[in-house]
Write a protein that binds this ligand. Structure first.
Ligand code: A3P
Length: 312
């Protein structure tokens, strides 16, 4: 079987290179990473137990990572020993295109505990065949209303801009977003492709929306646990384990942990951990977008998603 993890990483890097044109900056260097991930790395063969967290950027990836980690590892830790209390979520579940193949370059994936949890923003069109057809791995897919995803992205990209770089104005960033020129974009194609895959292969892909998860977190935690093959027993539900996980991973809790308030994602980058936690509100776009922008974005969304069954 092909080494899909390496394939995945190489494709992710290509995708970053292609899509980060203009001033929508990904805040990462890919050249050295590309140079090294052509070879096989230990443990890069597929496992049916692998879990992929795939998201459009700024859709709540950190939240989904924390929830997935807490669900599948709930028998290994108590609420007070959970690594989420002391580790920034990007490190509990590494991104292929960042922690694994960019910072590490030659990661030993065989050392990762089963079930292995990986994250990526890579679009469907760049996924290797092996992950789509040859493997029984599970994909948790999360997206968000494009107006909120855009506003969150705009804040994020400006917070990671390097010293001396001019911040990207809202108007300019908006035009880029509408054209699809954002990291891992275009947004709508990303969403639609995984939506179709989830309809075709419901055991392979669980399609989630940030707004739905915010509205009823506990039922989504149960849904995710069922999908991943880690259902909650009735005793667990009675004991309040679902509620415990919901609270552990809540924005209020995670954003106030010392590990997430201080420090950098990686000493080689100047990205502080706290910028992954901003407001976590549904509808913050109304505080930023003009009437014209709202109309334009809604129109594109209608045009791209009308009749597909995806609604924001
Ligand atoms: P805002 O910028 O709207 O506040 P990602 O993790 O994909 O980078 O997404 C970041 C968005 O998720 C940010 O949105 C952030 O505040 C929000 N977020 C972070 N942790 C969260 C949590 N535990 N629950 C809900 N939203 C969270």
């Amino acid at each position: 079987m092909t080494s899909y993890l390496v394939d995945f990483a190489v494709r992710s890097s290509r995708c970053i290179l292609q899509l980060c044109e203009g001033r929508a900056r990904p805040g990462m260097k890919v050249a050295s990473w590309l140079a090294t991930c052509g070879g096989r790395t230990p443990g890069s063969d597929p496992c049916d137990t692998d879990i992929f967290i795939i998201t459009t950027p700024k859709s709540g990836t950190v939240w989904l990572k924390a929830l997935s980690f807490a669900i599948v590892n709930r028998s290994n830790y108590t609420p007070s020993t959970n690594p989420l209390l002391t580790t920034n979520p990007p490190y509990t579940i590494p991104f292929f295109e960042i922690q694994l193949y960019h910072y590490n370059q030659n990661p030993d994936l065989s050392k990762l505990q089963s079930p292995r949890l990986f994250a990526t923003h890579i679009p469907y069109s760049s996924l290797p065949e092996s992950i789509l057809t040859n493997s029984n791995c599970r994909i948790l897919y999360l997206c968000r209303n494009p107006k909120d995803a855009f506003v969150s992205m705009w804040h994020f990209l400006n917070s990671i801009s390097e010293d001396g770089q001019m911040p990207v104005g809202l108007d300019e960033a908006f035009q880029l977003f509408c054209k699809g020129a954002i990291p891992f974009g275009p947004f709508w194609e990303h969403v639609l492709d995984f939506w179709k895959l989830s309809l075709e292969k419901p055991k392979h892909v669980l399609f989630l929306k940030y707004e739905d998860m915010k509205a009823d977190t506990n039922s989504h935690i149960k849904k995710m646990a069922d999908f991943l093959g880690y259902p909650f027993s009735s005793q667990e539900v009675e004991k309040g384990v679902v509620d415990e996980i919901s609270k552990l991973c809540s924005f209020e809790h995670l954003s106030n942990l010392e590990v997430n308030k201080t420090g950098l994602i990686d000493p080689r980058e100047k990205i502080p951990n706290h910028i992954f936690f901003r407001k976590a509100k549904v509808g913050d776009w109304s505080n930023h977008l003009t009437q014209q922008m709202i109309l334009e974005l809604d129109e594109i969304t209608k045009e791209k998603l009308n009749g597909t069954g995806v609604m924001f």
